[in-house]
Structure formats: structure tokens, C-alpha cells
Design a protein around this ligand. Structure first.
Ligand code: ADP
Ligand code: MG
Length: 653
């Protein structure tokens, strides 16, 4: 045998091994599901690569997975004649965890089953739940490579040596731990295969016997398929242990002939927003897999959809790049997209509970579509799918659709009002809402970044304009009660005090309780958008905003009086305070030092007004002399809990 080398695992793998070996004892049988799933993936990949690369080695025989037990040596061997691994690939795939799989997995098992291991792209390491040593012997189908033997006893390192497998494929040899001998029983293994791997698309042999019946579930008639079978198949293709939220299974003949079985998961996969995240849509041409991750079949805003699509209208032997460019794929994508959207619409209508779960998991992603969608029909469908919080409910769990909003609004209301901010607390208590609350007008509330784009993208719904209430002037019609007034030049004067901070100051008709509020310019970039861009480190030139003041508020009226009386020194900090308050209400502190100074000035003024005239006393200068002993009195002195008498002697208890 040629020489071998020993390599260290990266920190993530070590952490994971530790977790797997020391804290996972129940449900250990899932190791088999994970290894079968990897073998099945390897067979899928071999099919796809074989179609695309001329010099890729052919397999010895039909694709299959074999599980063999050796009771004497206490080993289980899983073999596949799939794509195989080169040395570099083995180091890459088995020695490191590229993404944050471990962390996400460790988080998940805190309160859930560790059965989830496959979902986090770390399923291979489940082998160490039952094995004290694992050997992987692999031969890649790629030309000119020697094959590889990867060995690890679950510690901090693994060894790599040159391989000795003659044909393309992989053997995974598990040297079972003493406490895992139960898995040497073939009947037990067959049971586990039946339970978890029923729908693997390749024959699985345990010993001489085939343990599954590979079948293309999607080719069967929907009415003859049990829910359970749909769920098992979903688990198989997605690695997700939780059942899906919903599935759709249909076939079409024109303009393209295809069958599709698609699923919406019940929770967001941890890598949903990762550019290299798993995208489990498999594309088949007449039952033959041609792409195992055909993400191009779904728009980005539906990237959480999983499933299989099988069409009669694609060539088998075209490359992935070419497949993507065909008109057939374009048509397929648009068909699948509108079908999924229509299905979601119907779930929303018929099964609110399920839809609420879907919206919680994927709402943020779906809303991205409002901005990107190209077909106006799909945009309409998307618009009917969005849900928002609103002033109607008292918590942050509101689920209001635009249709519900419009239905509930008074006849003469011609706009749909919304407010987007940084978080629930500041949005739900925003001064912008005051006039709307007074008049009983519902406002949609959001603190989801994507809504800065989503709302403007919708423009209108059922001919009602969508209007941000933090922009421009509000016109909610005349009030019955005459509004209080302040001197005409007050706003202008405050404007000169706050020059450079705001573009102008005006009296407000949106405030009831608050003294002031900052308003975005009708057409400029909103403050919330500025905040988001700052977080992305893409600061925009600061937009000047408008400060609106409430002429009925005591603070404003006091300021008005001081201004009329020409008492500038007292009026100025009050004017600033109006700006400070408005910023604080948005959760922003721009100039904490200035703010504290102004508050101190005002407190001093208030104290004087109350007739209290406390001068701040200077601290004594520090000196080098020892501190003077306390003056002798008859009273006992307490020092750090000890009671001493005047002479310094400790008193008895
Ligand atoms: P995942 O399957 O989600 O990628 P795993 O931890 O289960 O994560 O497997 C890690 C990687 O190891 C796989 O992506 C694959 O590259 C490689 N691998 C595992 N088993 C096999 C196999 N039987 N044949 C070829 N490659 C394999
Ligand atoms: Mg896997």
C-alpha cells in the first residue's frame, strides 16, 4: 500500500464529532438513512456528470446501493457505484464543513430531535453515532485519479491514502461500536431501509435481498397516493425530517408535457438565504435525472420549493448550461411559478392555519417577488398572498391581507395606509399613527426591511393607492373641533434654530399626544431606508426631513410663549428638544452629548421655576496627604459592616 498522510479536521468538524459521539444516543438508526441518501446523491450526480462529460468512466453495472454485514469483524459496508470521490474531493467533503452546518445543527438539537442532522449538510458524520472507526474507499469516475481511502476514528484527525477500488463508486465501512451491535442484524437493517428510504430511486440490497422497490412516485395517480407516501418521498429528496406544509402534484400536456410534484417545507431551511444553499428541485427527462439541483425552474422568491419535475420535452444529453437556455425551460418555469402561486392562494383561502405557518417561514422571501416579478398576473397573485400587521391587532402577530384591509375600510377612504419602521415597539407607538387612531383609520404596520421595497412595488391594490404615512402631508379630511393655533412665525423660527438638521418645520395635523414628529419628504429616500443602507455600509447622503410640531401640545405652547416674550435662552433648548424627542421616538439617538446637555439646562430651568436653587458643588482637589481621621464623636462609626466605637475598637456582638 502506498503511504498515507494524516490531516487535522477543521474546528467545525471536531465540534460536530464531539456532539455526535457524546450526546446523541437515541434514534441512532438514522445513520443509515443519511448514508443511503449520500449514496443516492452520488448515483444522481453520476448520471448528470455522465451526460455532460465524455471522459467520465462508466459504472460497472446498473446503479445500485448495497449494504453488507460482517458479523465476525463487526462491520457494515455501504457501497454505491455512483460518482465517487477523488482525493481532493474527499478532503473537501469529509474533512471540512464549508458552511455553518454545525452551528445551525447544534442550535436545532437543543430543543428538537437530532434526527435533523441530514438537513444541515452534515449527515455523513451520523456514521459516528454507531461506528468507532469509519473508512471510505472511493474511486472517482473522473479520468487520471488514483482513488482514495479516507479513515477516521472519530477524533481530531483523519488519514488519507491512495485507493484500491477498481470501479467507479464508494464503499463506506463502519466498524461498529460495542454498543451498536444491534445493527449487525440484516432484518433490522431492512426495516430501517423500509422506514426511511422507501422512495430512494435506486435498488437497495441488504445482503442478497432487495429491500425497497424504487418507483417514480410522481408518475402515479395522485388519488392513489397516501399522504404518508408523499411525506416519505419529501423526506427522501429534501433531507427534511419534518413533514412538508403542503404539496402539489399535477401533470400537464400543453404547451409542455410534464409531471410535477412540488412541496413547500414547514420551516425555512437554515441555508435558504445562502447563495450556495441547497435547492432541491430535480429535473428529469422521461424518468431520467438530468439535473439534481435545477434551481432555474423556480424564481428566486420561491427558492424554498422542493420537488421533482419530469418532462417529455427535453433532450437527455444536453449540458446543464444549455438546458437552462432552452425555450422549454422558460415555459416550464413560468408554468410552475404560476401553479405554485395559485396553490398558495388556495391554501390561504381554505386553510388559514397552514398558510399562517407558510407565511411566517417564507413571507419575507415571497415579498422579494413583488419587486422582481415580471408577469403582471403573477404580481397580482403575489399581492393577494402578502400579509401584514396592522393597527387592528394589539400584538405583533397580525395577519391582515390587502383584501381584508380594503373590505374593512370606510367607503370614502381612497388609500391604503402603511408605516414601515425599525421594530415593532417603535412602529406600533409611532406618533405618525396618532391622527389615524383618532379617526379610527387602520394602518398596515411593518418592521421587515424588505417592505421598504415591497410596499412601493405594489403601488395600488383594487384601485386604492398604497400610501406611506411617514411621508409628505397627511390629509384625512376636516376635523369637527377647531384645532389650536400658535403664532405664525413660530415654525419658521424653530426652523432657523434647527437649520442644517431639518429642511423645514411646520405645524402638524397628524399629532394628538406627541409634541413633534419627523416626516420624510414626499419623494426622497425614507429615513428607514437610510437606516437600512447605513447597516449595509452604503450610507446615502443624509436626507433633510421635515419636523412637524403639535400646536396643541403643552411643550409647543410653552415654547410659543417664550418665543413671543423674546426669551431666547430658554426657548432654544426647548426647540432642540422637539427634534430630540422626535428622533428618540424613532429609536434614534444622534447626538447623545448634546441631548444630555440640553436636558440638564432644562432641568436647571425647571428647578429654578420650582423655587429650588441648587448650585453644583465643586469636588475637592485630590491631595497626597492621608485622609483626615473622622472627627471624634460619641456616635459609633460603621465601616464596611463592622461597628466600631468612637475610639476605633470593635464592639462585641
Ligand atoms: P450532504 O449530503 O448534505 O452534502 P453529508 O455530510 O451527508 O452532507 O455529505 C458530505 C459530502 O460527502 C457530500 O456532499 C458528498 O460530496 C460526499 N459524500 C458522502 N458520501 C458519498 C458517497 N457515497 N459518494 C460520493 N460522495 C459522497
Ligand atoms: Mg447527506
Amino acid at each position: 500500500m502506498s503511504e498515507s498522510k494524516t490531516l487535522p479536521f477543521n474546528a467545525e468538524v471536531r465540534q460536530l464529532l464531539d456532539l455526535v459521539i457524546h450526546s446523541l444516543y437515541s434514534e441512532r438508526e438514522v445513520f443509515l438513512r443519511e448514508l443511503i441518501s449520500n449514496a443516492s446523491d452520488a448515483l444522481d450526480k453520476a448520471r448528470v456528470v455522465g451526460l455532460q462529460e465524455q471522459d467520465f468512466a462508466a459504472a460497472a453495472g446498473e446503479p445500485r446501493i448495497d449494504i453488507r454485514v460482517d458479523s465476525v469483524n463487526r462491520t457494515i459496508t455501504l457501497s454505491d457505484n455512483g460518482v465517487g470521490l477523488t482525493q481532493e474531493e474527499a478532503i473537501d467533503a469529509l474533512g471540512t464543513i464549508a458552511r455553518s452546518g454545525t452551528k445551525a445543527f447544534a442550535e436545532a438539537i437543543k430543543d428538537q430531535s437530532h434526527n435533523l442532522i441530514g438537513q444541515f449538510g452534515v449527515g455523513f458524520y451520523a456514521a459516528f453515532m454507531v461506528a468507532e472507526r469509519v473508512e471510505v474507499r472511493s474511486q472517482s469516475g473522473r479520468p487520471d485519479n488514483a482513488g482514495v481511502i479516507w479513515t477516521c476514528d472519530g477524533t481530531t484527525e483523519y488519514t488519507i491514502a491512495e485507493g484500491e477500488r477498481s470501479d467507479r463508486g464508494t464503499d463506506v465501512i463502519l466498524h461498529l461500536r460495542e454498543d451498536a451491535e444491534e445493527f449487525l442484524d440484516e432484518a433490522r437493517l431492512k426495516d430501517i431501509v423500509k422506514r426511511y428510504s422507501e422512495f430512494v430511486g435506486y435498488p437497495i440490497f441488504v445482503g442478497e435481498e432487495q429491500a425497497n422497490e424504487p418507483q417514480a412516485l410522481w408518475t402515479r395517480t395522485p388519488s392513489e397516493i397516501e399522504e404518508e407516501e408523499y411525506n416519505t418521498f419529501y423526506g427522501q429528496i429534501s433531507g427534511d425530517f419534518m413533514p412538508p406544509a403542503t404539496h402539489l402534484h399535477w401533470s400537464a400536456d400543453a404547451p409542455i408535457q410534464y409531471k410535477a410534484l412540488l412541496y413547500v417545507p414547514s420551516a425555512a431551511p437554515h441555508d435558504m438565504n445562502h447563495p450556495d444553499g441547497r435547492r432541491d428541485i430535480k429535473l428529469y427527462a422521461r424518468r431520467v435525472l438530468i439535473d439534481d439541483a435545477a434551481s432555474f425552474l423556480m424564481p428566486d422568491y420561491l427558492r424554498f420549493v422542493r420537488g421533482v419535475v419530469d418532462t417529455e420535452d427535453l433532450q437527455l444529453n444536453v449540458s446543464r448550461e444549455l438546458v437552462q437556455q432552452t425555450a422549454t425551460v422558460d415555459k416550464l418555469r413560468s408554468q410552475l411559478t404560476s401553479k405554485v402561486l395559485r396553490h398558495l392562494q388556495s391554501v390561504a383561502k381554505k386553510d388559514t392555519e397552514t398558510y399562517t405557518g407558510i407565511w411566517e417561514a417564507f413571507g419575507g422571501v415571497i415579498k422579494e417577488g413583488l419587486h422582481n416579478v415580471s408577469s403582471s398576473k403573477d404580481k397580482e397573485r403575489l399581492t393577494s398572498l402578502v400579509r401584514f400587521n396592522s393597527t387592528r391587532s394589539d400584538d405583533d402577530k397580525g395577519q391582515v391581507s390587502l383584501a381584508q384591509y380594503v373590505e374593512a375600510m370606510p367607503e370614502d377612504q381612497d388609500s391604503i395606509y402603511y408605516l414601515v419602521g425599525s421594530d415593532y415597539a417603535s412602529v406600533s407607538r409611532s406618533p405618525h399613527l396618532e391622527a389615524f387612531k383618532r379617526k379610527g383609520i387602520e394602518v398596515l404596520l411593518s418592521w421587515d426591511t424588505v417592505d421598504e421595497w415591497a410596499f412601493p412595488s405594489m403601488e395600488t391594490f383594487q384601485d386604492k393607492k398604497l400610501v406611506s404615512i411617514s411621508r409628505g402631508e397627511v390629509d384625512l379630511g376636516e376635523d369637527d373641533t377647531p384645532s389650536p393655533t400658535v403664532s405664525e412665525d413660530l415654525a419658521g423660527w424653530i426652523g432657523t434654530v434647527l437649520a442644517g438638521e431639518v429642511s423645514s418645520v411646520r405645524t402638524s395635523n397628524r399629532l394628538t399626544n406627541s409634541a413633534s414628529v419627523l416626516v420624510d419628504d414626499q419623494f426622497g429616500v425614507s429615513n428607514n431606508m437610510q437606516r437600512i443602507m447605513r447597516q449595509l455600509n452604503q450610507a446615502l447622503p443624509a436626507a433633510q426631513r421635515i419636523l412637524e410640531i403639535n400646536p396643541g401640545h403643552a411643550l409647543v405652547r410653552t415654547l410659543d410663549q417664550l418665543h413671543k416674550d423674546g426669551r431666547k435662552d430658554e426657548a432654544q433648548p426647548l426647540a432642540w428638544l422637539l427634534l430630540d424627542q422626535a428622533r428618540l421616538l424613532e429609536g434614534e439617538v444622534r447626538d447623545p452629548v448634546g441631548l444630555v446637555e440640553r436636558l440638564q439646562t432644562l432641568s436647571t430651568l425647571a428647578a429654578q421655576a420650582l423655587g429650588v436653587n441648587a448650585q453644583s458643588a465643586p469636588h475637592p482637589e485630590p491631595t497626597d496627604e492621608p485622609a483626615a481621621a473622622p472627627e471624634a464623636t460619641d456616635a459609633p462609626v460603621v465601616i464596611e459592616g463592622e461597628v466600631l466605637d468612637a475610639s476605633g475598637e470593635q464592639l462585641s456582638e
